[in-house]
Design a protein around this ligand. Structure first.
Ligand SMILES: Cc1cc2nc3c(=O)[nH]c(=O)nc-3n(C[C@H](O)[C@H](O)[C@H](O)COP(=O)(O)OP(=O)(O)OC[C@H]3O[C@@H](n4cnc5c(N)ncnc54)[C@H](O)[C@@H]3O)c2cc1C
Length: 477
């Protein structure tokens, strides 16, 4: 190997026809542009970040990557769980300047460009009383979320985000602009809805919006550790008897300083139920009947709100720029065993050395409309998904990495008897080739995803993701 192979790349001959700004490590603004959510990979230095202004810019960047025979990383909202959007020494196509949103109130269709964030999509849709059912943290990239599936407070009512996608405009790894929809490139359309990060670069997406809000009911119910077991176990059946307009997300965590919570409980395990109701307001009390039949909360903060406020309640739990790891997947039901494990594991979680949330086990409800569609309708897998579970650690000091990673791994092991093999690739860190093959739901679906990868990205240019090519390689990494 010659010495120049070891020199940092500069991509000095990147085409001047590219309209957007470009950033190399020595450029002003580089540090700001390379920021991502997960600080565990926040120090890597991409060789060149190119901020595309439109699909033609993406074509130029892809053609350049092909000519150089290098991989490309794609950065949307920078909220990838693994923090793979800004890899060391890489060429990064950053879509964050592509922020156009259009809403057609007649057809209720919402079209966004690749750099749009969830909070912006919510705000634009709500001007016409519409939403795209998506995720719960405002600064998550809408396209990065959709290409993996998309889960949030409206999943039970309207299905996963992919279920509302009408068409996707992409640039292929051959540098072609292609539209995928139910009647154009159908196979690619199937794959983009769940395995999209691996197949092409999406430049814009059109969704079928749904009428929701602006007025909704939402807020937190806070339960003591003693009541957490009957509440968690009881919610499985209680929610089965509740309307789809009602959604819950359970958070088991060391109690943060919540107004009204007794001082002595702060830092001890508690259960928070984030309730979101988007149905007719005069039917709210009836919708809550089953939840109210469970043990009473210590604090009840559920009340009138707007959709936009409601869909940013979780923002403060998920600050950008900390070290993060997340294990996650699906549960077919909740029971007392799961509840006890969650409480015991939170009691055993690492003591945080810095302020902010540290360890959280989250159990958002799925079920409902997510099962109106067949498992094979999209690459995104939904079979057996009654609840999502997430075991999350957030910390700041590299010296705490091992303690948090061990805690998460041990918690995943404890929960393993209660989870499905398939899962949701976006809300878990990459857990290896065997895990990835299982995520898509069946060997047949995995084969279909792998075949699409071979067709649409045969050289694995899109490798900075939960990588399908690595998982079908003879000796997977
Ligand atoms: C704080 C937080 C909250 C979250 N909440 C939810 C939630 O409520 N519901 C949910 O379903 N998910 C949620 N997620 C997961 C999120 O959906 C995924 O991590 C998603 O991939 C983030 O997309 P991004 O564009 O922000 O991230 P990036 O890091 O920019 O990209 C993530 C991946 O998507 C690829 N990608 C991005 N843009 C494109 C594109 N245009 N074409 C092709 N590939 C692309 C990247 O290459 C990378 O592999 C959350 C994540 C975080 C960090």
């Amino acid at each position: 190997m010659s010495n120049d192979v070891l020199l940092p790349r500069t991509f000095a001959d990147f085409p001047t026809t590219f309209k957007g700004e470009t950033f190399r490590p020595s450029d002003d603004g580089y540090a700001e542009v390379r920021k991502i959510w997960n600080m565990r990979r926040g120090d890597e230095q991409p060789a060149l970040i190119v901020q595309a202004l439109d699909a033609d810019d993406v074509v130029i960047a892809v053609n350049y990557a092909v000519a150089q025979d290098v991989s490309v990383a794609v950065k949307g909202g920078g909220h990838g769980i693994d923090g793979m959007a800004m890899p060391h020494d890489a060429l990064v196509i950053d879509t964050s300047k592509m922020r156009a949103i259009s809403v057609d109130p007649d057809t209720k269709r919402i079209t966004i460009e690749a750099g749009v964030l969830l909070g912006e999509m919510d705000a634009a849709g709500q001007q016409h009383g519409l939403v795209v059912p998506a995720g719960v943290v405002s600064d998550t990239g809408a396209v990065g979320l959709t290409l993996g599936g998309g889960i949030g407070h409206l999943t039970r009512r309207f299905g996963a985000t992919v279920d509302s996608v009408l068409s996707v405009d992409v640039v292929t790894m051959g540098g072609r602009k292609v539209t995928a929809s139910a009647d154009s490139n159908e196979d690619l359309f199937w794959g983009l809805r769940g395995a999209g990060h691996n197949l092409a670069i999406a430049t814009s997406l059109t969704y079928q919006g749904h009428a929701v809000g602006p007025d909704v009911m939402s807020g937190l119910l806070v339960y003591s550790a003693e009541d957490a077991v009957p509440v968690i176990a009881g919610l499985d059946q209680a929610m089965a008897r509740s309307p789809r307009e009602l959604s819950v997300a359970l958070l088991v965590m060391p109690a943060p300083p919540i107004p009204g919570l007794p001082e002595h409980l702060i830092g001890t395990p508690i259960l928070i139920n984030l309730v979101v109701y988007t149905g007719p307001l005069d039917q709210f009390d009836e919708a809550m009947r089953e939840i109210r039949n469970l043990p009473a909360p210590l604090a009840d903060m559920v009340g009138p709100s707007t959709w936009v406020e409601t869909n940013s309640i979780v923002d403060s739990f998920e600050a950008t720029g900390r070290r993060q790891y997340l294990g996650g997947g699906y549960m077919p039901s909740l029971n007392a065993d799961v509840a006890r494990i969650a409480l015991e594991r939170i009691a055993a979680s690492p003591r945080p050395a810095t302020p902010g949330p540290s360890a959280i086990i989250t159990l958002p409800i799925l079920g409902g409309a997510i099962h109106d569609r067949d498992e094979n309708s999209t690459a995104f897998s939904r079979s057996g998904a009654a609840w999502l579970y997430e075991v999350a650690g957030q910390w700041d000091l590299p010296t705490a990495d091992e303690e948090f990673l061990t805690w998460i791994q041990d918690t995943m092991t404890a929960l393993a008897p209660h989870v499905t093999v398939n899962g949701y690739i976006n809300l878990s860190s990459d857990r290896g080739a065997e895990w990835l093959r299982g995520q898509y739901g069946s060997p047949e679906k995995w084969e279909r995803v792998a075949a699409l990868k071979r067709t649409w990205d045969p050289d694995n240019r899109l490798s900075y993701n939960k990588n399908v090519a690595r998982a079908f390689a003879p000796n997977p990494a």
